[in-house]
Design a protein around this ligand. Sequence first.
Ligand SMILES: [Zn+2]
Length: 220
Amino acid sequence: MRDEELRIKLVEYGQRLMAEGLVTGPGGNLSARAGNIIYLSPSGLAFDEMGAGDYVGMDLNSGEVIEGEGRPTSEYLVHLVCYRKRSDIGAVVHTHPRYTVALSSAGHDIKAMFPDFHIYTHSKTPHIDYITVNTQELADAVEGVVEDANVIVLRNHGAVAIGGHLKEAYYRMASLEEGAQVQLLAMQVGSPRFLTKGELKELDDLATEKYRRKLLEQSE
Ligand SMILES: [Zn+2]
């Protein structure tokens, strides 16, 4: 995908995050990789105020801004460590979604209660205790778990979702937040039963679910 097309996609997915209620105002940020450059949402703008030209290009190796006028998101360190740690990552979504923040900040772990959550997140879901935002310490903590996680919960803060491309990262963030919402609803009417390891393994082995994952993996 050419850089210009990627910037247009970034605008589109930023708007989807807003429409789905996954971000509020200028909170949350988004990036995608084109070769050795990552395009990051700018600091201080809401997704519905951004145009393709507002995305800031950063050299993945040096961390220097090489394209764009504005500043990249102040949370860029978290994005950088994800791309540096995993070469299969093409996009990173970081938001502060309300149900994920509510449940995890109250000490609960968000876990699979229904198949879609597991199919789309397709990994374990590590939870990181609160660390001051925009610090190298927070980025280091994310780096420590991202190798085998596609969604990471940051207690009292938000979540990070990664994917081979924007659509995959976006679906994973939306699935995490849906899971948190369903879990919270279940807790209000009883004790949620989570899917067991055996049940998750069975889902992984189902041809129909493998197909759904593959479709998402291959689409952009
Ligand atoms: Zn944040």
